[in-house]
Design a protein around this ligand. Structure first.
Ligand code: UDP
Ligand code: MG
Length: 159
């Protein structure tokens, strides 16, 4: 699987607050209208094993148990988005963690008020994008296809 150039990949989760609030379509739409390519998507319930790995950098924080409970409170939508420097582009679209201070126009800035219930997860580095896509998806769940809009989304020397 390739993770460079226009094939760079980011793992995005639509979190339980967004599922409950009926925001799936609007979240997906933000990434689509940016010109990113969706190469994997599924609804899945998360268990402690995957959450402990996914949030290993937060395992010793006092809020970890409530974060894990929140992330298990409903299924999530896991997505793999692809594009040139997509990890950074997706983080910009999502906005900062503390949603009530996130920039207006970003997903968190437009849809959320909480530090915890902040609508989306997005990979924070190219390396973590690769690791997280591998954690949430089997190889055959990531699809390779030609997206005709790339002709207009990217210049020749960016493809
Ligand atoms: N989180 C929380 N309380 C905090 C910090 C983070 O509940 O004080 C949750 C929140 O859902 C956040 C997730 O833990 O999105 C992962 O934290 P991280 O610092 O990696 O932020 P992100 O990369 O999601 O912006
Ligand atoms: Mg993070």
């Amino acid at each position: 699987m390739q993770f460079d150039g226009v094939n760079e990949k980011s793992l995005v989760l639509v979190k339980p607050d967004a599922i409950q609030r009926g925001l799936i379509g609007q979240v997906v739409s933000r990434f689509e209208r940016k010109g990113l390519k969706l190469v994997g998507m599924k609804m899945m319930g998360l268990d402690d094993e995957i959450l402990t790995a996914h949030y290993s950098h937060l395992a010793d924080k006092p809020f970890f148990p409530s974060l894990a409970k929140f992330m298990k409170s409903s299924p999530v939508i896991a997505m793999c988005w692809e594009g040139l420097e997509v990890v950074n582009a997706v983080r910009e679209l999502c906005g900062i963690t503390k949603a009530r201070e996130a920039e207006a126009g970003s997903i968190r800035g437009d849809f959320a008020m909480s530090v915890s219930c902040n609508v989306v997860h997005a990979s924070d580095s190219v390396e973590n994008g690769e690791i997280e896509v591998g954690r949430f998806f089997e190889d055959d769940e990531i699809h390779s296809y030609k997206k005709s809009e790339y002709e207009h989304v990217y210049a020749e020397d960016e493809k």
